[in-house]
Write a protein that binds this ligand. Structure first.
Ligand SMILES: [Zn+2]
Length: 258
């Protein structure tokens, strides 16, 4: 799809991953986000006669970095990832961390640290394009499992993402939407926006269509992991007096055993 001067191609991989290929239409620079495998990326680059300039990694898990070295060998591209995870991100060149930025084409890309799923998880925000590549931090109606971080850290990470504009397109790394929605309904069943969105998600999935990208305005209305401060969810969990972090932790705990 075309977004001003940034083209985003969404590539399904493995059973439920999305790899993204992006191209700046002015400079012709090409990047890929979280290439867990190289083959589908090479196929598209070949079809389009593009070369690859950058790999953006959100975190070190194999289904996000598995294609790094094959792509680097083939295209001599630069690999960007969190400096703290340099030993876990194969071929890393440009080490970044929370609050830093770099340029892709002529635009600034902001790096936001989102510890939680892993310690060194980062997301890439393209402010001029209202595009967010959020890896395994935020999913539609869900969030990443807490493998390395605490609930408080993940809540802080999601709170940073919540500050971004509602029109931000959310390009996450997995098609987990329908299963996430089934869980969301257990903690927020009276939410009309959620009920409506789930109807649409079920229709899309039954037709084999993707539900991603989502957008942040919608996620704020339907994603229980962004809504730990919501009174109705707190009532449903019998946690009216709890802190946001405690409510978030309880939602995450319930999802883990759902
Ligand atoms: Zn992961």
């Amino acid at each position: 799809m075309l977004d001003e001067n940034l083209e985003v191609i969404q590539v399904p991989a493995f059973s439920d991953n999305y790899i993204y290929i992006i191209r700046d239409l002015i400079s012709g620079q090409v990047g890929t986000i979280d290439p867990g495998t190289a083959e589908p990326v090479i196929k598209i680059l070949d079809e389009k006669s593009w070369k690859l300039d950058f790999i953006f990694n959100t975190h070190h898990h194999p289904d996000h970095v598995g294609g790094n070295l094959t792509l680097k060998d083939r295209y001599d591209c630069k690999i960007i990832g969190h400096g703290a995870d340099q030993r876990r991100i194969p071929g890393i060149d440009l080490k970044v961390s929370d609050g830093e930025s770099f340029t892709f084409g002529n635009r600034e890309v902001n790096v936001i640290g989102t510890t939680g799923h892993t310690k060194g998880h980062i997301v890439y925000w393209f402010a001029q394009n209202n595009v967010l590549f959020c890896g395994d931090t935020l999913f539609s109606m869900g969030c990443g499992r807490l493998f390395e971080g605490t609930p408080a850290q993940m809540w802080e990470s999601l709170t940073k993402i919540k500050q971004l504009p509602d029109i931000t397109k959310v390009y996450c790394a997995h098609e987990y939407t329908e299963a996430n929605g089934a869980f969301a309904l257990t903690v927020d069943p009276q939410n009309e926006n959620l009920v409506q969105y789930m109807t649409e998600v079920k229709r899309l999935r039954s037709e084999g269509l993707m539900t991603i990208p989502s957008n942040l305005g919608l996620e704020k209305k339907v994603n229980p992991f962004l809504r730990a401060d919501d009174l109705r969810i707190r009532q449903n969990l019998k946690m009216i007096e709890a802190t946001d972090e405690e409510v978030f932790a309880e939602i995450r705990r319930r999802k883990d055993i759902f």
